[in-house]
Every structure is written in structure tokens, then in C-alpha cells.
Design a protein around this ligand. Structure first.
Ligand code: FPP
Length: 255
């Protein structure tokens, strides 16, 4: 089945034309590094937090687009283990955003059958952040639509070290044999155990690096970059990323 969609001709030019997305080849898991909020605000002479607020509003649009297009899992990099190095006022603001987002949009997420999950070191988050997110997780636990997976206090190296520690602990206890460790087993010790690897990873704002995001999981992920800053990243560009993904041949090391 084909879906006809209007989209932007290039990442920068807002020329509309029609593209065709193939329903059967929608990437199941899309991950996004939502970069450029600070620059978006700077360009307008606004404080950086204004960029984060606008970025938060944009999350709602892209969640909706992903859900409508039939994406199964949308993983959003909202706060990294390195983001604690930012000024306290900015960190405090970023820690309030999940609460603000969920307070505003939870009814809509529920209506859209979205299930809220997180990856990252949840227990190290401030209590108010944890409470708001846990409430949303509980309210949407039975939903069967799009999984909105928020990477919150997430770092891939931290995740891998946690997995190593858990496995070595089990080896010491005699619950696990070192020889039994393979890629599938290792993956089960990661935060992404139940959601698997991303098919497509989008990064906005012109930067082209992973920044400690899903390092293990992105071994065969398709990458898609745009110069557009996250608050300006539109549904049309999201569709364009998916359409470009559909043109790619994934070979997983084969021919
Ligand atoms: C990177 O841009 C962005 C972040 C560190 C925060 C991203 C968070 C959101 C978009 C909102 C989160 C929403 C929910 C639902 C929790 P940057 O500030 O590093 O941008 P810059 O590189 O231009 O400075």
C-alpha cells in the first residue's frame, strides 16, 4: 500500500512536491538526536531554554507524525549522561520539560494509544521528573500503539558498563556461564532489551556524530542528517527522512 505525502524537496528548501511512502517499509524503530535548540534560541536573541521549550513543542508534532505513519518505536534523546555538565539553570529546566510535556500532552498520547517508556538511569533523575514520567508510563502501560521511548539520563557507554557489571555479577554467582555470552544475550542486558535496534537514526542541526547514543544498537542503523535545527524540524522533513530510508539498500554486511 502506498501513502502519498507532501514533502520538502531538499533539507533546506521548502519546495513542496509529492512523494510516495511504502506502508510495508516504514522503519519500525526511528531514533532522533534532537539537536539545535540552543542555536535556534540564540538566532532569535532568546535564552537557550526558550529553544528547549520550542523543541518540546516540536516533540508533540513528530510523535503524532510517527504514530500516523505506523512507526512502532520512536526513541528521542532528551537528556544525556553528559548533559549534567551544562549550567545548573539549564539542567533544571531540562529536568522540568518531561513533566511539562506530559502534563500538557498526556491525554493526547493516551488518545493516540501511545505507550511511554524510557531508557537511561531513571533512578538518578530528580524526584519530580521521575514522578511525572512514571505517571505517564503507568497510564499508558497497556497501550499498543507507538512506543514513545524517551532517552532520559541516557549514555550508551554507561549502559554497556551496566550490562557488563550485571553479567559479571551473574557469572560470579554461578547464574551465567561466560561462554554463553553472545550478541543476543548481551543485548538483553541493555535498556533497549524489549525495543531492539533503531532502523533509522536522525540527527538535526548539522552535527554528524552519535554523542554516546545507542552505540551498540546502531551497528546497522541507517543515518540521516539535516542542517535544520530541532525546533524547525517539520513533519514534512520527517517524511523525507523516511522516504530516503526507503531508497536505501540494507545489506547488514552481506551483498
Ligand atoms: C540538544 O540541543 C538538545 C537537548 C540537550 C535537549 C533536547 C530536549 C528536547 C527537545 C525536549 C525534550 C522533550 C521531552 C518530551 C522530554 P542543544 O541545546 O545542545 O542545542 P545547541 O547545540 O544548538 O546548543
Amino acid at each position: 500500500m502506498q501513502i502519498k505525502l507532501p514533502f520538502l524537496k531538499t533539507n533546506k528548501k521548502a519546495t513542496k512536491e509529492n512523494i510516495t511512502l511504502h506502508r510495508e517499509n516504514i522503519p519500525g524503530h526511528v531514533a532522533i538526536i534532537m539537536d539545535g535548540n540552543g542555536r535556534w534560541a540564540n538566532k532569535r536573541g532568546l535564552p537557550r531554554v526558550a529553544g528547549h521549550k520550542e523543541g518540546m513543542s516540536n516533540v508533540k508534532k513528530i510523535v503524532s507524525a510517527a504514530s500516523n505513519l505506523g512507526v512502532k518505536v520512536l526513541t528521542l534523546y532528551a537528556f544525556s549522561t553528559e548533559n549534567w555538565r551544562r549550567p545548573k539553570t539549564e539542567v533544571d529546566y531540562l529536568m522540568k520539560l518531561p513533566m511539562e510535556f506530559l502534563n500538557t500532552y498526556l491525554p493526547e498520547l493516551i488518545e493516540k494509544n501511545v505507550k511511554v517508556q524510557t531508557i537511561g538511569d531513571f533512578l538518578a533523575l530528580p524526584e519530580h521528573t521521575r514522578k511525572a514520567v512514571q505517571h505517564a508510563k503507568d497510564k499508558t502501560a497497556e497501550n499498543s500503539g507507538l512506543v514513545l521511548n524517551i532517552a532520559l539520563n541516557y549514555g550508551s557507554r554507561d549502559e554497556i558498563i551496566r550490562a557488563m557489571k550485571a553479567m559479571t555479577g551473574e557469572i560470579v554467582n554461578g547464574q551465567l556461564e561466560a561462554d554463553d555470552i553472545d550478541e543476543d544475550l548481551f543485548s538483553r542486558y541493555l535498556f533497549t532489551d524489549d525495543i531492539g535496534d533503531p532502523d533509522l537514526l536522525i540527527r538535526t542541526s548539522g552535527e554528524q556524530r552519535l554523542s554516546n547514543f545507542l552505540l551498540w544498537q546502531s551497528a546497522y542503523t541507517e543515518f540521516w542528517f539535516t542542517d535544520v535545527l530541532w525546533p524547525d524540524f517539520s513533519e514534512q522533513l520527517f517524511e523525507k527522512a523516511l522516504s530516503d530510508y526507503q531508497q536505501r539498500k540494507r545489506r547488514y554486511g552481506g551483498i
